[in-house]
Design a protein around this ligand. Structure first.
Ligand SMILES: *Cc1c(COP(=O)(O)O)cnc(C)c1O
Length: 411
């Protein structure tokens, strides 16, 4: 038999095996864990090791893993139609948009595929609003220190985190940053070119920093006084995470434009930006688009998530679980003052500011088979699925206690 002319590819690594594949671009500092399946709040490795998932894919798996209603919505749609593009009407997209309009401040919805795209679209909408109003010079957006709006060129400029901007050339223009919560700083940053103020009601990546209701109300007032649009980024804190459908509802303030993603897809990539009729008036045919945005699969799953979150009692239960979690975390703070510096957050978007490097604390809880996520300001985020049980909250707290005990003994 002739020698094969092309040598077979060397097997570098077994996928899911001992060490990570070098074929995947190294942009993430990943935990060396591979999961094979999930069920509710639990993830299982190939060897069937069970991990309690209080990371939820960074606030994405709102209904946990393998939720029967989401599986049904996805598979039913998968058997019918996957994609037609936005050249045509998409029935599921119209249905989900109608539903979102019904339950929010918004009159219009544009669907995309991620949080960054949703934020970009929100910014474009604000700029176009002033453009069609005859004020094209109004294009600047005031954003906040500690903000995170995604990793595209515009959204890293909006977020302003030097670590994320480094090496990518001149940051995209048009963003002015002020300290989070400082209304005077906002006021003095407003200029004739300002188009909008963009804020996360709860900063997630920034370290679970909650904007005070009063601050949000002051920002709203300032927007009204200066003809600015208020953009809220609810990509992480939205879709039931704080115990209201959207976090801004706690303050009684409504935005003009809102970006959502993460939780609305429950694990399927879905993003959207929503706007009032007035704020959306510049977004006319040809101004924006997305090939995949709002396709039948995405909107079928999005509708199923929204239905579940809006079921009577669901959000009240989120608040019950959140209260139990907050109580438990406060107890851990009392027990381990050398580990826990501060406990903060809203609903099931909880943050623990820790004394040791947060990476070490995340590793310590993972050693107890509990998943959590690091954030800015040395904070560990605790983000259980919204349908987590009371017993699972208790179990998560017990695992944290064991982890903190070990860290405490070491120090
Ligand atoms: C995650 C996140 C984004 C970016 O979402 P991607 O889907 O990763 O692009 C934007 N804003 C906030 C508040 C987020 O938490």
């Amino acid at each position: 038999m002739a020698e094969p002319r092309v040598a077979p590819m060397p097997v570098r690594n077994v996928p899911g095996g001992g060490s990570p594949s070098a074929a995947v671009m190294g942009t993430y500092a990943r935990q060396n864990l591979v999961f094979a399946r999930g069920q509710g709040a639990w993830l299982y490795t190939e060897a069937d090791d069970a991990y309690l998932d209080f990371a939820s894919g960074v606030a994405v798996n709102a209904l946990g893993h393998a939720h029967p209603r989401l599986i049904a919505a996805l598979t039913e749609q998968a058997g019918k139609l996957w994609h037609t593009s936005n050249l045509y009407r998409v029935a599921g997209q119209e249905a989900l948009a109608e539903r979102l309009v019904e339950v929010t401040f918004a009159d219009k919805v544009f669907f995309c595929n991620s949080g960054a795209e949703a934020c970009e679209g929100a910014i474009k909408t604000a700029r176009r609003y002033h453009y069609v109003n005859g004020a094209p010079e109004r294009w600047r957006v005031i954003t906040f220190e500690g903000a995170f709006h995604g990793r595209t060129l515009a959204t890293i400029a909006a977020g302003g985190n030097p670590k994320y901007l480094e090496g990518f050339g001149e940051p995209a223009g048009g963003f002015d940053q002020v300290p989070f919560g400082d209304i005077e700083a906002v006021h003095s940053m407003i200029c004739p070119e300002t188009a909008a103020i963009m804020i996360e009601p709860v900063q997630g990546e920034g370290g679970v920093r909650v904007a005070a209701d009063e601050f949000l109300r002051d920002v709203r007032t300032m927007c009204d006084e200066h003809g600015l649009l208020l953009i809220m980024d609810e990509v992480q804190c939205g879709v039931g995470r704080t115990g209201k459908l959207f976090a801004h509802e706690w303050s009684g303030v409504t935005p003009d434009i809102m970006a959502i993603a993460k939780g609305i897809g429950g694990g399927f990539p879905v993003g959207a930006f929503l706007a009032t009729e007035e704020a959306a008036k510049g977004m006319t045919p040809g101004t924006h688009g997305s090939t995949f945005g709002g396709n039948p699969l995405a909107t079928a799953v999005g509708a199923a998530v929204l239905d579940a979150v809006l079921e009577p009692g669901f959000l009240d239960t989120v608040t019950l679980r959140a209260n139990r979690l907050a109580q438990g975390l406060a107890q851990l703070k009392d027990e381990f003052p050398d580990i826990v510096v501060d406990v903060r957050g809203k609903g099931l978007l909880a943050g623990i500011k820790v004394a040791p490097p947060v990476g070490d604390v995340v590793k310590a809880v993972i050693a107890e088979k509990l998943l959590a996520v690091g954030a800015g300001e040395n904070v560990m985020r605790v983000l259980p699925p919204l349908n987590v049980s009371d017993a699972e909250i208790g179990e998560g707290l017990a695992r944290m206690r064991r982890a903190f005990q070990r860290l405490s003994n070491k120090s």
